[in-house]
Design a protein around this ligand. Structure first.
Ligand SMILES: [Zn+2]
Length: 292
């Protein structure tokens, strides 16, 4: 893979130029002893104004296919993730319906259709469901295996898709924004696609995640300056982590945190740490509902 390293002149989400250096991130999984791992490392920084975490300089691959050219079966490991159930996205859809004062037939857009499970849930919940998907492999897979209507899924990314202003009642970004080089551009465009009063849902990695902080502390105690935040040059290719303040230019109608998994902990500690994350709002994922 070839990368271009692009210096970051301002925070993508809030425009601030005041960054704090967090540590170095390797281009591969670091394990418990990053000094022994091989790869190149990039500096990771945190915006002092809004808490956005990103690499600076930002490694940008020569071709996006270097990151996302994998066939769907390789990217989504595990049988369970390939099957749709009505529970998929159901909490988020219920919250959106509450915020929208839902009536059947409202128009929804799924950004990053993937295998098509979100669109199926939206349609099952009474939305008029549409989608965009930048990967031809995933779009073909969704059409072939998940009966997604090809006329309803445009082959496009949030940065390039074209819709009229005020077209949708609900836009959902599943795990998308953290993969984009310019998430603020994608958000601004998608907000314009919403009708006034419409709702945009996004789920993103939280830069206040307690487990990342503990792991970073562990690395510090071992005498290295590595950090575990983001993964700009290896799977799952997370380029950003966010806080609620990263979204402050929009009207936040509702937000919450998902605790996520605590795989590195002894069983005895799992419950107390999960409680602590819920109490201190330091779960793995941040979920925001923005209103136009
Ligand atoms: Zn910022």
């Amino acid at each position: 893979m070839r990368y271009e390293f692009k210096p970051v002149s301002a925070c993508n989400m809030c425009g601030s130029t005041d960054f704090r250096f967090l540590g170095m991130r390797l281009s591969a999984s670091q394990g418990w002893t990053p000094r022994r791992a091989k790869g190149i490392a990039v500096p990771v920084k945190r915006c002092r104004a809004c808490g956005l975490v990103f690499a600076d300089p930002q490694p940008i691959p020569e071709s996006l296919a270097d990151h996302y050219g994998l066939p769907p079966d390789e990217y989504w490991i595990g049988e369970a993730q390939r099957h749709w159930t009505p529970a998929y996205l159901s909490d988020e859809i219920a919250e959106a319906k509450r915020l929208l004062d839902f009536t059947p037939g409202m128009k929804a857009l799924d950004v990053g259709v993937g295998l098509g499970k979100g669109m199926r849930s939206l349609a099952a919940a009474g939305f008029d469901a549409w989608g965009i998907e930048p990967s031809p492999e995933f779009r073909d897979h969704a059409i072939a295996k998940f009966d997604v209507d090809p006329d309803r899924v445009a082959l496009a990314a949030a940065e390039t898709a074209e819709f009229p202003d005020g077209h949708f009642d609900f836009v959902t970004f599943g795990a998308v924004l953290e993969h984009l080089y310019d998430p603020a551009l994608a958000l601004d465009r998608a907000m314009r696609w919403l009708k006034p009063g419409g709702i945009l849902h996004a789920e993103v990695p939280s830069s206040d995640y307690l487990m990342s902080r503990l792991l970073n502390l562990f690395f510090t105690l071992r005498g290295t300056n590595y950090v575990t935040n983001i993964s700009p040059m290896h799977s799952p290719f997370h380029l950003y982590e966010f806080t609620l303040r990263s979204f402050r230019k929009y009207e936040v109608a509702h937000h919450g945190y998902m605790i996520g998994v605590t795989p590195h902990l002894p069983k005895l500690l799992t419950r107390p740490v999960e409680w602590l994350m819920a109490w201190s709002r330091t779960g793995m994922q941040l979920i925001v509902y923005l209103r136009r």
